[in-house]
Design a protein around this ligand. Sequence first.
Ligand SMILES: Cc1cc2nc3c(=O)[nH]c(=O)nc-3n(C[C@H](O)[C@H](O)[C@H](O)COP(=O)(O)O)c2cc1C
Length: 175
Amino acid sequence: MSRTCIVYSTTDGHTLEICQRLGQLLASAGHPVELIALDAASKIDWAGCDKIVIGARIRYGKHHPDVRAFIERHLDRLQARPSAFFSVNVVARKPGKDTVAGNPYLQKFLKTITWRPTELAVFAGKIDYKKYRLGDRLMIRFIMWLTKGPTQPDACVDFTDWQAVEAFAARIDRM
Ligand SMILES: Cc1cc2nc3c(=O)[nH]c(=O)nc-3n(C[C@H](O)[C@H](O)[C@H](O)COP(=O)(O)O)c2cc1C
């Protein structure tokens, strides 16, 4: 039995949903799990954290800058225990971009950090136009039009491969 802390960086809640699913799966395998929003992560009880997972969404090509700041601040603690990182973005809905090696955001991000997580993953995220502010909605619809994604003004499409999320939970369990 090992206690897993899952830190999430989300704007619209989908990364949190993925973390909640990981949490359910780990808990059902008998492991206590704590989910912590990145902006509350200064309160992590590191002594009681056997494994750590960080999940972060992409917006306008980037993870939130606080993700890298958190990783830099806690590098020694991250390196000292089994750890995992995953990125959530809609580019990953495209075949070949849904892998660690093939996802440009994850690859670019890895070049900016020295932390080498035990496990890495990338998951396709969700488009939910009704949640977005006008400027964001127009921009994302335009990008979706360019990349042959959903453009209906009320589209809500979950691109996540939930079986891949389950497989990632199993990898976290084994690490
Ligand atoms: C304003 C905005 C900008 C986004 N920019 C990108 C992007 O540059 N590349 C990408 O692949 N996905 C992009 N996405 C898609 C998000 O990564 C996707 O919706 C993800 O599920 C969001 O996670 P969250 O619900 O945890 O915030 C963007 C979404 C929004 C709303």
